[in-house]
Write a protein that binds this ligand. Structure first.
Ligand code: GLU
Length: 325
């Protein structure tokens, strides 16, 4: 138990869960900082999990780099980071549990098949999956599996709650069954899907708050549903607006948006970058360099801007020029 936690309050546990498929860009680091501050502001624990399930795209050198970047910002984690690539047996155990309840079924549709079915004239509007394989007779499915037909496994979305509470956006209505549809838990290449592994790991690690970018709001709905099916308690999901780049595009790891090394090469100290990020979270003035303890004191979700934040080279430069403490 964390020495600072009051015994009367359940322990808060926050986390950051990067995929080692690219360098962390400023938007990623901003989310990591926010998740960290939110956990520490409640005297909570903070975990880092490496989401390296997709072995074709994950790079070990990036794991080292990403952890070093978090450290450079002063973000500390409380136990050895979990690596999803080593947890296949755990996922498989829980997946079998779902299989026994009949909540998952094999799906033989390729991505192309799904797209074609969705663009057919009478396809259900707005759905992510039209349900093609949802009611295949078990004998047919078994025969196709035995024949070696490529298949994924989908989770049936039924009786899902019609609203979702997000810690940042508040309560909103969303019909996962009508608007999303059944989604993949085990991919046809044999890897467990992000929605399943992420939801499960958060629950099994005792995470109480998932604070991350608003681009993952859709995932929050699905992950909460996965956990409900597994009868595991969901964390509080909290999705904050993203940071966009100056061309008003989305920062993306793949597009190589500037990372900490690029800023270091341009002469910016990691702490100048951290202070800039804290500024974009509503926590300090331009040019101010608060210590981490001070940022923890100041953390308040209500200070985080309600809109997307535009990355500004000029504002960052103002932090670089100001005096370090
Ligand atoms: N691994 C995902 C990513 O790097 C984020 C997962 C999450 O925070 O839930 O985009």
């Amino acid at each position: 138990m964390n020495a600072h936690a009051s015994p009367a309050r359940p322990l808060s546990v926050g986390r950051y869960a990067p995929s080692p498929t690219g360098s962390l860009h400023l938007g990623n680091l901003r989310t990591a900082l926010a998740a960290y501050l939110s956990a520490r502001a409640r005297d909570g624990r903070f975990l880092v999990r490496i989401e390296d399930l997709d072995r074709n795209r994950s790079r070990p050198d990036l794991i080292v780099e990403q952890l070093a970047d978090l450290e450079a910002l002063g973000i500390e984690w409380d136990s050895e980071p979990l690596r999803q690539s080593g947890r296949g047996d755990i996922y498989a155990g829980h997946f079998e549990r779902l299989k026994r309840t009949g909540l998952v079924y094999p799906c033989f549709c390729s991505r192309k098949d799904v797209q074609a079915a969705l663009s057919a004239p009478h396809a259900p509007a707005g759905r992510g999956y039209p349900g093609t394989c949802a009611n295949l007779p078990a004998a047919v499915a078994q025969e196709r599996i035995a024949r070696g037909d490529r298949h994924s496994w989908r989770l049936r979305v039924q009786q899902a709650p019609k609203s979702f509470f997000d810690g940042f956006a508040g309560e909103f209505r969303y019909d996962l069954e009508a608007e999303g549809g059944d989604f993949v838990l085990l991919r046809s290449d044999g890897f467990f899907a992000y929605q399943f592994a992420c939801a499960l790991d958060d629950a099994l690690s005792g995470v109480t708050e998932v604070l991350r970018g608003a681009d993952l709001l859709d995932s929050g709905l699905r992950q909460a549903y996965v956990l409900a099916c597994l009868r595991l308690a969901p964390p509080r999901y909290c999705h904050i607006p993203l940071m966009m780049d100056e061309g008003s595009g989305r920062l993306s790891k793949r597009r190589g948006s500037a990372d900490l090394r690029a800023f270091a090469d341009a002469g910016f100290d990691a702490l100048a970058v951290r202070s800039y990020l804290a500024h974009t979270l509503g926590l300090c003035e331009v040019g101010e360099w608060p210590a981490m303890t001070e940022l923890v004191e100041r953390w308040d979700l209500a200070r985080v801007p309600r809109e997307e934040v535009l990355f500004s080279q000029q504002t960052l430069a103002a932090f670089g020029e100001s005096q370090s403490p």
